[in-house]
Design a protein around this ligand. Sequence first.
Ligand SMILES: Nc1nc2c(ncn2[C@@H]2O[C@H](COP(=O)(O)OP(=O)(O)OP(=O)(O)O)[C@@H](O)[C@H]2O)c(=O)[nH]1
Ligand SMILES: [Mg+2]
Length: 469
Amino acid sequence: MKESIEINIPIRDETIAAISTPLGESGIGIVRMSGPLSGVIARKLFKPKKTPFSFVSHHFHYGELIDPKNGNPIDEVLVVLMQAPKTYTREDIVEIHCHGGHFILQKALELVLGQGARLALPGEFTKRAFLNGRIDLTQAESVIDLIKAKTRESLEIASQQLRGLLYREMASIRERLVQHLALLEAHIDFPEEEIEAIPLTEMKKDLLNRIQKLEEWISTYEEGRVFREGISCAITGKTNVGKSSLLNVLLKQERAIVTPIPGTTRDVIEEVLNIHGIPVRLMDTAGLRKAKDSIEQEGVRRAKERVADADLVLLMIDGSRGLDDDDEEIFREIDSKKKVVVLNKRDLIPKISLKTMKDRFPNDSIVQISALKSEGIGELKQAIYSSLFHRDIRVSPEHLIVTNIRHKTALSRVRKNLKDALKGLEEGGSLEFIAFEIRSALDSLGEMVGETTTEEILNHIFDQFCIGK
Ligand SMILES: Nc1nc2c(ncn2[C@@H]2O[C@H](COP(=O)(O)OP(=O)(O)OP(=O)(O)O)[C@@H](O)[C@H]2O)c(=O)[nH]1
Ligand SMILES: [Mg+2]
């Protein structure tokens, strides 16, 4: 996709190895190696079933994993050797597919390390794929997102980034900016020479187009972030209003204890659920009131802490009881939070009208539900979704969505540079100034795709990976 690049890199002639599947009991588990020694090590540890034998690249081979010290078999395995450059890292890769036991995998890894490989750092396989120029930095980042995706939508966004959508869009901007810059610099360096005049109208038009595109992408970030990272959502309200019942209804399981006794929930109960593609970390918390004992006091303290940190609050009110001072105090406390008001127990005779609530919360959505009878739940989910998005966002393979703050920041810088360059063109500013802005925009784009990214930023990105990826 792009030329291999020179950055201050760790020694890549080392062969790295790791267990690439999760630890625990499973049908198979994989130890993976990457680097020049991979093939040599595989030959020492693998006893093929069929002889004579030689590895065919990218093919599975059946046999035994043996301890080279004594020839003792460790496990029945499949081994695949993938010769560079058509591999994940563009280096020689070997995968040893063992049975998925913790001990077997540890033993296999030990044998591999004993033959001269070293343990891979988190994300080091993907980092090599990046450093060897197989993928750009935005694609490398999408690998983490892909692994961590919790809904179809977050997976789709990560996958479009892995396929290089963001990279290609950036490449297209860079290509044009480089052309503009070349023209500007020619005029700066050789003002006397007879060179092609700068097509000012065309350059202005192009910059304007690019700025509009950038704006469109930047504006997807709010939504993109929500899909990628999900949100935290705390249910709060007085005791006995039905918070735990709501958690259970949303999860479709009896997760939290529900009783008619006020003050039932003490600890925060947390579960993730998918609401129209958004991973929502839902928290049931202790009911807020003057706590009767120190356990409840701690519960109330934790509840308030979670409510303060939550991205969204579900403020729950028992519609079959009137409002009192305790409700008012809670209303005041969460006044500034983004919230959905949930008027529960609509199966009972109402004591609070919808109108009263609308007057009290003119800017928030209000939903009437019955957690007991599981009524109004679809409406509540829709209200949660709408409270996060100002518009309906399409998650599709072609529609670029920015989910990463690093990308958003870079795109915003580029937009600023291009706006200043355009202003310079319109107001007859100096060519040096316009060239400077375009060069700065190119720098930001280079940093975004990883061509001029500092080691510190790279480490920060790859540290988020798991070992073996
Ligand atoms: N009629 C009716 N009763 C409900 C409804 N939702 C919850 N309840 C009842 O209200 C009581 C309290 O429910 P919980 O879900 O434990 O309430 P909570 O807000 O978690 O209470 P604390 O944990 O004590 O703060 C239980 O007896 C529930 O069955 C509802 O929609 N209608
Ligand atoms: Mg409860």
